[in-house]
Ligand binder design. Structure first.
Ligand code: SF4
Length: 485
């Protein structure tokens, strides 16, 4: 957002979208120092997807600006719409694309409707209100009512085009949103954290908000507490992590019963998790051996994939092969990283390379973190005509380290993602501030320009993810051994 906008009361489409995601985000965008923001790949990926969707949608090169509308160009970009809300709030918007349709406007026997790109499967409130916002300002400009807009998305099955009717209800929702957004922006104090902290993963204010939440011992810092559960706990008088850690189990079960069994039955787990986070000491939940499959294995494969969720494409299958050494120990320094790229339309080759690798190492367990890897592998195998035996082999040989960890340990971490757990056991990625979305951004850039550095960075990141998976497994094995001494 420009400094100019910060000094004015103008509401634009960007800040409206921020507010729809999180009221605090809109307030921070307007009022906080920009230096406190951190770059995330989310916006870059969103713009990349928008660019590809619009390019696939447009018939020719679009024309730019107001003059293009006056001349009746079929597709217009780079236009700035201005106006005021019914309450007089100054508004400004930059629609990604305007499309010419029939219907008399101030420019002639044609008019325009707004087009937005849709990421994800559904049309969300953000898409509806953005289209309504563009439609409202465009109506003023062209003197012709805009009664619908388009949400488009380029996915695996080509371009999807959805018509969004701008009903009276949506328009009134927009005006309410603009009024309430204006109230939020004028507040003196920072609005509270969003209840749904999953949204924070994509947000450029994450670092700042994480620090606040940790300092305030916010309930959302406790693993297992999402937006709904936080709300319920607050309703029954549990205000923060410290208070939860001090709760009596029976008392909490009784209070949570009226909200449903799925809440009351994890009351004890929540209290224990809060205690572990408060005291910063991990807790073993049972005495079972966590990875018995590794006891007699001569070697293991460590597996991690990188994916593009917009087109449901797993573009990289990374394997680390780790042999037991002559002393019977595992030494990750002696392991070998073997990435297999999955280029579009070459899935058969990818599957054959992976299948050969797995078959050449019979009885080597394959460890991975989270269920995505095994589900993707089964899908890849089925798509490429694998036998029932091969599929069973995958199901039997793959070991989900995340599931094993959760079944045996409570750790002082706010979530059990690979990044959080591995960082807690002091594993460091070679590259700073890299995550899956950034690797995806590099992948998309590499597809366009073949810059070998980009591929090198992706592989380095994926290799580190594999090693991090191993480090967590190793931590559990060592803890197991210690407890048996
Ligand atoms: S990090 Fe989360 S709470 Fe903070 S502004 Fe972003 S979405 Fe809202």
């Amino acid at each position: 957002m420009s400094d100019l906008l910060q000094k004015t009361n103008v509401i634009n489409d960007r800040i409206l979208c921020s507010w729809i995601r999180c009221k605090r985000k809109a307030w921070l965008d307007r009022n906080e120092k920009k230096q406190l923001k951190t770059w995330t790949s989310h916006r870059a990926l969103q713009l990349d997807h928008q660019y590809k969707s619009l390019s696939a949608f447009m018939q020719k090169s679009p024309k730019r600006g107001l003059q293009a509308c006056k001349e009746g160009a079929n597709e217009v970009v780079g236009i700035r719409l201005k106006g005021r809300s019914p309450l007089g709030i100054p508004l400004e918007a930059h629609p990604p694309l305007l499309l010419k349709i029939r219907g008399k406007s101030s420019w002639g026997d044609f008019s325009y409707i707004p087009v937005v790109a849709r990421q994800g499967k559904r049309i969300t409130r953000e898409h509806r209100l953005s289209l309504a916002f563009y439609g409202y300002l465009l109506t003023e400009l062209q003197k012709k009512e805009v009664d619908h807009g388009l949400a488009i998305s380029l996915g695996n099955n080509g371009l999807e085009i959805s018509k969004v009717t701008l009903t009276k209800k949506i328009k009134s929702e927009l005006f309410d949103a603009l009024k309430n957004l204006n109230i939020t922006l004028k507040k003196k104090e920072l609005p509270s954290l969003t209840l749904d902290r999953k949204k924070c993963a994509l947000c450029s204010w994450k670092k700042l908000c994480d620090a606040n939440a940790s300092k305030e011992k916010d309930l959302s810092e406790v693993s297992g507490i999402g937006s709904k559960r936080k709300h319920i706990l607050q309703e029954i008088g549990v205000k923060d992590l410290n208070e939860l850690a001090l709760c009596n189990v029976d008392d909490l079960i009784r209070k949570l019963e009226k909200y449903g069994e799925h809440h009351s039955k994890i009351a004890e787990q929540l209290i224990n998790q809060a205690k572990v986070q408060k005291e910063f000491v991990p807790k073993k939940l049972n005495s079972k051996i966590i990875l018995p499959e590794l006891k007699s294995a001569k070697g293991i494969l460590i597996y991690d994939i990188e994916s593009d969720p917009d087109v449901r494409h797993d573009f990289l299958h990374g394997f680390v092969s780790l042999k037991r050494n002559v002393n019977g120990d595992w030494d990750i320094k002696e392991s070998k990283y073997e990435p297999i790229l999955n280029l579009k339309k070459q899935e058969k080759i990818t599957w054959s390379q992976i299948n050969n690798k797995i078959k050449n190492l019979p009885n080597w367990p394959i460890i991975h973190y989270g269920e995505t890897e095994v589900l993707s592998m089964i899908k890849l195998a089925k798509n490429n005509g694998a036998s029932e035996e091969d599929i069973d082999n995958i199901k039997n040989n793959f070991i989900d380290i995340h599931a094993r960890l959760k079944s045996a340990w409570l750790l002082p971490v706010k979530n059990y993602s690979l990044k959080s757990v591995a960082k807690w056991i002091d594993f460091k990625w070679h590259q700073k501030n890299v995550d899956g979305p950034k690797a995806l951004l590099w992948w998309r850039q590499w597809i366009n320009n073949n810059n070998s550095n980009l591929l090198k960075w992706i592989l380095e990141y994926n290799h580190d993810d594999c090693i991090a998976t191993w480090k967590i497994a190793e931590w559990m094995i060592k803890r197991n051994e210690l407890s048996q001494k």
